[in-house]
Design a protein around this ligand. Structure first.
Ligand SMILES: [Zn+2]
Ligand SMILES: [Zn+2]
Length: 167
């Protein structure tokens, strides 16, 4: 699979936020492109939790170099804490290019600020659901919708799977 610029930043940004959180256990992030936006009973029983969200991202078509922005770059995290370590799995949903209509999907490129915002929300969930630390800040996130084209469900992988973040 072609290297998508920016994907590695998820690892470095996650690691720096986890270090700052000073948790007892070490947490690791991995990508998993089979995740669904719900947990079945089996995963639930194993202690998995879920966080579905979306953020602002850019997409660049590798075929025709068209680029676009979206506020509905959907993603899903599955996470769980075991005895000595925590694991976070992340699936980034992709989008298709409207210009060339090539069926290949493109991964979102999320800038550092947006990525930290997403990871901070995730870590609040981890603190609450795995460490029983009540969230001190209100969860409402600052949504300042810059102008982007309306979400095109037919070009969105998450929509196609019925997994797009609606909030
Ligand atoms: Zn294209
Ligand atoms: Zn969608």
């Amino acid at each position: 699979m072609a290297e998508v610029p920016g994907t590695n930043h998820w690892f470095t940004h996650f690691t720096s936020r986890i270090e700052e959180a000073e948790l007892e256990e070490w947490w690791a992030l991995n990508f998993n492109y089979n995740l669904r936006n719900e947990l079945d009973a089996q995963r639930r029983a194993k202690g998995w939790k879920i966080y579905v969200t979306s953020t602002f991202a850019k997409f660049i078509c590798r075929r025709c170099s068209n680029s676009w922005s979206s506020y509905r770059a959907s993603m899903v995290f599955h996470y769980r804490l075991r005895r000595k370590s925590g694991i976070v799995l992340l699936r980034l949903f992709q989008q298709q290019c409207r210009e060339c209509k090539n069926p290949i999907m493109h991964k979102p490129q999320v800038n550092s600020d947006q990525m930290y915002e997403v990871l901070d929300r995730l870590i609040l969930k981890i603190l609450k659901n795995c460490y029983r630390v009540p969230n001190l800040v209100e969860e409402g996130r600052a949504v300042n919708h810059r102008k982007t084209k309306p979400h095109e469900s037919n070009l969105c992988e998450a929509c196609g799977l019925g997994m797009c973040n609606q909030s």
